[in-house]
Design a protein around this ligand. Structure first.
Ligand code: ADP
Length: 569
């Protein structure tokens, strides 16, 4: 795992080496500061000579200046390059996730996945840009302090060592408890935000059912429980401050007394004793800081391994190698398929063939497997048995990027990005000219409403297209598919949100176009599919009838029942 992380750090080798130099410099200059203070007191202060006082002050200033610059370098380099490393991991994660198969996103809830990644990245970032730095610096300082203390006074150092656990342990324990409570408190706050967000987004429903008072009460209760935790957190925090002041002072008092006795006895100079005190506090601080960040570094191990596991997640759909020449036929041959999360087959031994220029309609009750056929064609899932052939070759053999270019999909939900009309259209084909754009829009009958928008093609359509009506969204999605200029158009209930006039128009476009383009259309409104060359009637993943409208209608079967239900209801 560490070697994987090292791969991301490697490109910034030089800055990271510079960082290490700065860490050593800060630790050394901090250590030198203690000796400097001793020198200042013993030689500068006690000499009674202005010149020596100035000289010792100049020495202190030099040490502080080196310390300040080294601190600047240490902070800047590790924070900036730490963020760069995280940005590289984030980019790789995004690129990787975009390529994963839909099955992965069915097994992992997207909301949870994103919040886990965000959380893990934040932990990793704080570890790289602060915890590691704190740990390195403080372990150097701890060691340095220890050596100097032992050199200054062996016995006094032993007393310090006996005191460290007494002073630090209660603080560490309280600190840990505080962190646990803070985490619970943060979670409660986050829950509260979620409750707020959900209720505000459903405000119309709440008002329509006049449930304002009920919701207010619910919110008040959540708020109360979050406040109780907050109170506990604040109490522990305040108690920690009291403890710090008393315990630390008591500890220092013991050393002051022991040291004072030694100074009286002439075993230590005042300057040496001041240095001793300085190093003791510095060492205690380093120890506390090291144990503080040790937990963070442990936590980062878990986060890093989760992030790298995600980066190693393989796409379940394996890419092929062959190119597709111009499209000549599609064939389903005894296809059997069940969704990974389902035991029963969604598609049951399905066979049919489509020629270029055909318009094929898939009809049947909801859940019959129509959308699944469209998904299988684009290889979002692989079939369990049988095969799907394009130009008589299994689609698994083709490069995915080429296979998917054969199709232009108009999905059931229009799936629009929160950007402008133009950007949404160009998503299908980034190289389209304005003329092509306008033609596609005209064909989808979206021109009139786009021209009525305040900024026409540059109008922002809101999150997932919330600022335009469902019918308008659908027409944009259809125009986008036309712009793709693919051989086969896949329409999944393209008219469900269109009024009759627009539906008739679309039907005309599709039938006029049928000599050129192959159309596979799923429709609940059977008026849309009347002119199809071939209608496949599906039930439980099987074809139960097939033929043209007239042909099927005269048969008095399932199709006739569906048509009669719709037109004579
Ligand atoms: P239709 O388009 O004919 O309404 P679908 O092809 O969408 O039907 O769905 C066929 C069956 O497969 C339904 O029972 C549906 O619940 C199930 N299904 C659809 N998508 C998934 C999925 N991603 N995971 C599991 N089951 C699914």
């Amino acid at each position: 795992m560490f070697s994987k992380l090292l791969k991301y750090i490697k490109p910034y080798k030089l800055p990271f080496c510079l960082f290490l130099v700065c860490v050593v410099l800060t630790s050394f200059s901090m250590l030198a500061l203690g000796r400097g203070i001793g020198y200042f007191i013993d030689s500068g202060f006690s000499s009674g000579e202005q010149r020596i006082l100035l000289k010792s002050l100049a020495l202190l200033l030099l040490i502080v200046t080196i310390l300040a610059f080294a601190m600047f370098g240490r902070f800047f380099i590790i924070t900036y390059y730490g963020e760069k490393v995280i940005a590289d991991i984030k980019t790789d994660l995004f690129n990787h996730l975009i390529g994963l198969s839909p099955e992965f996103f069915e097994k992992n809830k997207i909301g949870e996945l994103i919040s886990r990644i965000t959380n893990d990245l934040a932990i990793l970032q704080s570890t790289i840009s602060s915890s590691v730095s704190i740990f390195l610096r403080n372990s150097l300082m701890f060691l340095g302090c220890l050596i100097i203390l032992l050199y200054l006074d062996f016995k006094l150092t032993l007393i310090v060592f006996a005191l460290i656990p007494v002073v630090i342990l209660p603080l560490l324990l309280l600190g840990r408890r505080l962190r646990e409570i803070s985490k619970i408190s943060q979670d409660r706050q986050a829950d509260l935000l979620c409750v707020m967000e959900e209720h505000i987004s459903l405000v119309k429903l709440i008002q329509a059912y006049t449930n304002e008072d009920f919701v207010k009460e619910k919110f008040k209760n959540s708020m109360r429980s979050s406040l109780i935790i907050a109170k506990l957190r604040i109490l522990i925090r305040s108690f920690l401050t009291v403890t710090v002041v008393i315990i630390v002072f008591a500890g220092v008092a013991v050393i002051l007394y022991q040291g004072g006795v030694k100074v009286f006895a002439g075993e230590l100079t005042t300057g040496e004793f001041s240095s001793f005190l300085f190093y003791t506090i510095l060492m205690a601080g380093s120890f506390a800081a090291m144990s503080e960040v040790f937990g963070n570094i442990q936590k980062a191990k878990g986060s890093t391994s989760r992030l790298f596991a995600l980066l190693e997640e393989e796409a379940i759909i394996v890419d092929g190698t062959d190119d597709i020449a111009s499209f000549k036929s599609i064939e389903f041959k005894n296809v059997v398929f069940s969704y990974p999360s389902r035991a029963e087959n969604t598609i049951n031994n399905l066979s049919f063939k489509i020629k270029p220029g055909d318009m094929i309609a898939l009809v049947g009750s909801s859940g019959a497997g129509k959308t699944t056929i469209v998904e299988l064609l684009q290889r979002f899932y692989d079939v369990d048995q049988g095969e799907i052939l394009i130009n008589d070759k299994n689609i698994k053999k083709y490069k995915l990027s080429q296979l998917r270019k054969v199709f232009a999909l108009v999905p059931q939900d229009s799936f629009l990005f929160s950007s402008s009309v133009k950007e949404n259209l160009l998503f299908a084909n980034h190289n389209s000219s304005n003329k092509e754009l306008e033609e596609a829009v005209k064909m989808a009958k979206a021109d009139k409403f786009i021209n009525n928008l305040p900024e026409k093609y540059d109008s922002f359509i809101g999150e997932k297209g919330i600022r335009i009506s469902s019918g308008e969204k659908q027409r944009l999605a259809i125009a986008r598919a036309f712009l793709r200029n693919s051989d086969v158009i896949l329409l999944d209930e393209p008219t469900s949100n269109l009024d009759s006039q627009n539906e008739q128009y679309l039907q005309k476009v599709l039938t006029n176009d049928k000599n050129e383009k192959t159309v596979i259309i799923i429709a609940h409104r059977l008026s849309t599919v009347k002119d199809a060359d071939h209608i496949l009637v599906l039930d439980e993943g099987k074809i139960i009838e097939s033929g043209t409208h007239d042909n099927l209608y005269s048969k008095d079967g399932f199709y006739k029942k569906l048509v009669d239900l719709q037109f004579n209801a």
